[in-house]
Design a protein around this ligand. Structure first.
Ligand code: ADE
Length: 225
């Protein structure tokens, strides 16, 4: 899978790319590129943003700059690009990221994530260049970079090779395997610590009963969240 992040701060992704599960995914042939739109700007002095029409605080990423950047990177009109690959605009008002959405994205051969800065994007970027608007929660970050990292992290760990065990990403919180419920609780050694004992069933070796117990705990958590 090719993950492209269009960001004014590509250096933020150097740290992310160095993390083990990301490096593992790269070693399995997946790609993560952080692409700076600034070198493509048609404006003088590397300008990429401007004051909002109608007034208000902050700056807005310009549509002509994003147009030039996407043209320059992909060599196609960005209006057509979104019919060729998913182009996600990260914005607090977008479709909320959840496990179903992540699965959907992980099945794509290539996605592009557009990061807004300051007050965000000129709305025409979202309307005409993006296939989806994505939010990681109803709060405002200073830019789309951390949100893009959240999306990349959640998607990459679904790909074969990113995690140590093939099953790790299958039966996990909110997955289909758990009926969309949060994951059951995990325990490891010591079996008793400060008088707190691990549930006896987990030490029993009865795999079918353990599965039933875990499913029940998972459902309980789902009902109370
Ligand atoms: N950009 C700023 N805040 C955001 C959020 N909550 N989700 C996605 N992108 C954002």
């Amino acid at each position: 899978m090719q993950l492209d992040v269009v960001t004014l701060f590509p250096q933020w992704f150097e740290w992310f790319r160095d993390q083990r599960h990301v490096a593992n995914a790269m070693a399995h042939g997946h790609e993560l590129r952080a692409l700076d739109p600034r070198p493509y700007t048609p404006l003088r002095g590397g300008q990429v943003d401007d004051m909002p029409f109608g007034g208000g605080a902050g700056m807005v990423l310009r549509v002509d700059v994003m147009d030039a950047a996407l043209q320059g990177i992909y060599g196609v009109d960005p209006v057509d690009l979104r019919t060729q690959r998913r182009v996600l605009a990260l914005t607090p008002g977008g479709r909320m990221l959840d496990d179903r959405f992540v699965e959907e994205l992980a099945a794509e051969p290539a996605i592009t994530l557009l990061c807004g800065r300051y007050e965000g994007f000129d709305e025409r970027i979202v309307q005409h260049f993006a296939s989806d608007a994505v939010s990681i929660g109803r709060y405002v970050l200073t830019g789309g970079e951390l949100a893009a990292m959240v999306v990349c992290d959640a998607v990459l760990r679904k790909l074969p090779g990113a995690l140590g065990h093939a099953e790790s990403a299958v039966e996990e919180s909110f997955s289909e395997a758990l009926g969309g419920d949060p994951e059951y609780p995990h325990y490891t050694r010591p079996a008793e610590y400060r008088g707190w004992r691990v549930p006896e069933i987990l030490l029993s070796g009865h795999h079918a009963e353990i599965r039933t117990w875990r499913r029940a705990r998972s459902r309980e958590r789902g009902a109370s969240s």
